[in-house]
Design a protein around this ligand. Sequence first.
Ligand code: F6P
Length: 521
Amino acid sequence: MTALSNRPVWKTFCEAARSSPLSSVDVRVIHAADIDVDLSTQRHSPALTDASTELLAQQGFEQARRDLFEGGIVNWTENRPAWHTALRAKSPPAAVAQDIQLEQARLASFIEKANSHNLYRYVVHIGIGGSDWGPRLAVESLKGRSSRRTIRFASNVDAHAITAALEGLDPHDTLIIVSSKSFTTTESLANAACAIDWLRANKIKNPLDQFVAVTANPKAARDFGISDDHIFRFWDWVGGRYSIWSSIGLPIALGLGQDALNDMLAGAAAMDEHFLTAPIELNAPVQMALSAVVNCSVLGYASLALCPYDARLQNLVPWLQQLEMESLGKSTMLDGNKLDVPSSPVVWGMPGTDGQHTFFQWLHQESKGAPVDFVLCAKPDHRHNRHHRLLIANCLAQRSALLEGKSFEEALAEVRRTESDPQRAAILAKHRVHPGGRPTTLIVLPQLNARHLGELLALYEHKVFTEAVLWGINPFDQWGVEFGKKLAGDIERRLDALGSDPDVSPYDASTAYWVKKLASG
Ligand code: F6P
């Protein structure tokens, strides 16, 4: 396959993107399920629309989207489907319907029993990456609405995490959930062992009776000592960072109620419907993906800032970091050739208005800055109306300032109000110029509830999938994380050889220096 940058369709796409202005007079808002996606401040023009349509066609978008929803082998390197849409479908595809509905029924019955017997006032969720960010985001962002239990999360292998998660809980009234697709992840198994020790130290005779496993490897969970009726499974055809729609959603139902989990699934299904049926021009995930490819591969923006203007959505940033960067942080295309255009921006950010006091200086006046995704909830879930007005005003103001900027003339007029020396005023004005012309997307939820959160997560999942189609890469594998994991295992064994003189010959000099120094304790 010809390198992407040499293909005529790509060249046309780039030319159209470069010659499409950022408009401050057009409004382009796409309604996707209950969410409004405002792309007015992304590059757009009839020529870019035509070029985008042609590029999507040549990259096989329609067939790829069908394969995604029909269980095709979209994860080529692992020869698997990526069928997270099946998990939330009102009528799951026949091939997997029975499996899905059986596990959903098992989970619902476990939750019903726990609720009717008032079991597990506390839950400690052990998992990492895709087995953590989704449940953590959902529970932490929605718990203000209705929380039945205290749910804590431990992901990091740094023992401070599991220690803090267990601190102060009643061991007799605590459930430990171990969520791990592989059930081999070092961090999660180490934290699970720590939880067993904690239960034993508190005179719990059979600690594993208070464990639940959520995994695609039930045998490993059984070998760990967890009983079958406490093992909830999902399947290899569900990617880890796409698994919140499976039994990985257990802490959401335990913490917020089964309805919350069902509403999230329904919201995601509504966004699936939009992605499947909306015409390209009115398809929010597709248009977000096209803007992302323009910004990253054509205009050379190396990062994307995500600023949810809702403090409850602070975990949306790390959730999207994993979704985007673990899915798109690749440079090998389907046919094994190198992807020769920049892909996958670095995703970073934090909730507004904190971000305004942290990095918005950079966004406004660094020479290039970065595109920003703003997320806003139209209605607050509190009675502090002035706070919410201030939040909305700051979000809209920052976005407008990034677009419009401030000219030298405007800055000079501002400076001259206090500086009489014309030479000094001219120099000071230059420091106040804001280049402007910085692309942003505004995503507006009616309010933050389980359904709308489900829509938002599915919106980004499909945006990432469409970007991968445009770049011709596989968004569902993660070979880049395996190498480091293996090395860590080798080094840990040498560090474990306390007192002996570990063989450090395989390592670079600095690694060897530290293995020897730290192994000596
Ligand atoms: O980060 C690598 C990764 O494999 C992720 O894809 C996954 O979500 C995470 O580690 C945890 O893996 P597991 O769910 O198998 O414990």
